[in-house]
Design a protein around this ligand. Structure first.
Ligand SMILES: [Zn+2]
Length: 403
């Protein structure tokens, strides 16, 4: 027997009473699959996640953790606190209203937006997802940034007009004369949701009764998707929460940059220019410092230098000059870009050379010890390595690497 869909006619009600038809143990611990003769719980259907809430049977409260529908039979997965099957002929259900209402607002918002897109561009919403965190719709055609902004403004005008949202099951005859959007071929009874002059769409989900209740609709994401467009929207309190969060981020960032939020892009541009300038200066200075430090080094067997200089030409030049003073190897380790203190760095690029031996031995050793990458000719090698200054110094200074 098909489960009675109380949410169809009574989307604003939260409590109901029903007859228990079937209780079966679910796979998960403490969980049972429950079938009732009727329910207010909207199941996962049409891209929308199910209602949440509680069901009480024989004075025991169970949490409703999932609701599904198959062949018109709705199954509630309920979780108790002990491994004892629910016993009782009646069930009292209560859905969590805030969660349900938010879904109603966002779903009706989707109908308004998709109806406008369909009227203006002829596109269909071919993929819809509504969960606690995201609302996305996939249109089978491209939308420009300006078109998205304009549809958003129009959708909010529709919201402000306080139009009715009517849900009904037309007869087959009425249906054959009706032009409506549909996400898939539907068989059986078709429920039609109408917003006069804006949208007519086949849909099984609960909706708010007037467009005004959607409150606010904002598009918060857009991307090209399978040749069309995937949009993320937020309606009602979700949109308000998002606005507040963004305002908070802007005001914090503005305070950090000592400017008002309108001037943040300009202030960030200025910071980027300053940073690029500093990088350039630091690179030039660290090159000079490297050359000075190299001159101070005593001759010997093996030696290495650590530097923030990332200019490859400078590194090669210094290695070339210094290698004459060493019977073994001379190596420079240069920190990855952006880190100016080699003591903190864990990633280096390296240049090493040997006059008398085969400097490829260095790359082999670094590869064996630290999984480094690189190689070269017997005269000079280059590469990159993930290790600390201490680890690398130990390897070079203790003569583990000898050519
Ligand atoms: Zn719908």
């Amino acid at each position: 027997m098909a489960t009675g869909k109380l949410y169809d006619d009574r989307p604003y009600e939260t409590e109901f009473s029903a007859e228990v038809l079937e209780v079966k143990k679910a796979e998960e611990p403490l969980c049972w699959n429950l079938v009732l003769d009727q329910t207010l719980f909207f199941p996962e259907e049409g891209g929308q996640s199910p209602d949440r809430g509680e069901i009480v049977i024989d004075s025991v409260t169970y949490e409703v953790v999932d609701v599904s529908i198959q062949d018109e039979i709705i199954t509630h997965k309920i979780r108790g606190t002990e491994e004892k099957a629910p016993a009782g002929e009646r069930a009292e259900g209560r859905i969590y209203w805030q969660h349900r209402y938010s879904n109603m607002q966002n779903h009706t918002g989707e109908h308004i937006f998709s109806g406008l897109v369909h009227a203006q561009k002829g596109y269909d919403n071919v993929g819809f997802h509504l969960s606690d965190r995201v609302v996305t719709m996939d249109y089978n055609g491209p939308l420009t940034e300006e078109e998205i902004l304009e549809v958003t403004r129009e959708a909010n005008r529709v919201i402000a007009r306080n139009l009715p949202v009517n849900c009904a099951y037309p007869t087959e005859e009425e249906l054959s004369d009706l032009e409506y959007r549909s996400k898939k071929e539907i068989s059986g009874k078709v429920r039609i949701v109408t917003i006069p002059g804006v949208d007519v769409c086949a849909c099984c989900a609960p909706h708010v009764r007037s467009t005004a209740e959607v409150g606010l609709l904002m598009v918060v994401g857009a991307q090209n998707y399978k040749g069309g467009t995937r949009l993320s929207i937020l309606c009602g309190m979700r949109a308000v929460a998002d606005y507040q969060l963004k305002q908070n981020v802007l005001s914090l960032t503005g305070r950090n940059l000592s400017t008002s939020w309108e001037n943040i892009p300009e202030a960030v541009d200025k910071l980027k220019r300053e940073r690029d300038n500093f990088r350039y200066q630091t690179a030039a200075l660290s090159g000079k410092l490297l050359e000075a430090e190299a001159k101070e080094l005593p001759p010997g067997e093996n030696a290495c230098l650590f530097t923030a200089c990332t200019d490859r030409n400078v590194l090669i030049k210094v290695v070339d000059q210094m290698k004459q003073q060493y019977t073994g190897l001379f190596v420079i380790f240069s920190t990855a870009e952006g880190l100016y203190d080699p003591k903190e760095a864990r990633a280096f690029s390296y240049v090493g050379a040997s006059v008398s031996g085969d400097s490829r031995r260095l790359s082999e050793c670094l590869k064996a010890e630290f999984g480094a990458k690189g190689g070269g000719k017997p005269q000079m090698v280059q590469g990159s390595v993930f290790a600390s200054e201490t680890e690398l110094r130990k390897l070079i200074d203790t003569g583990l690497v000898s050519c």
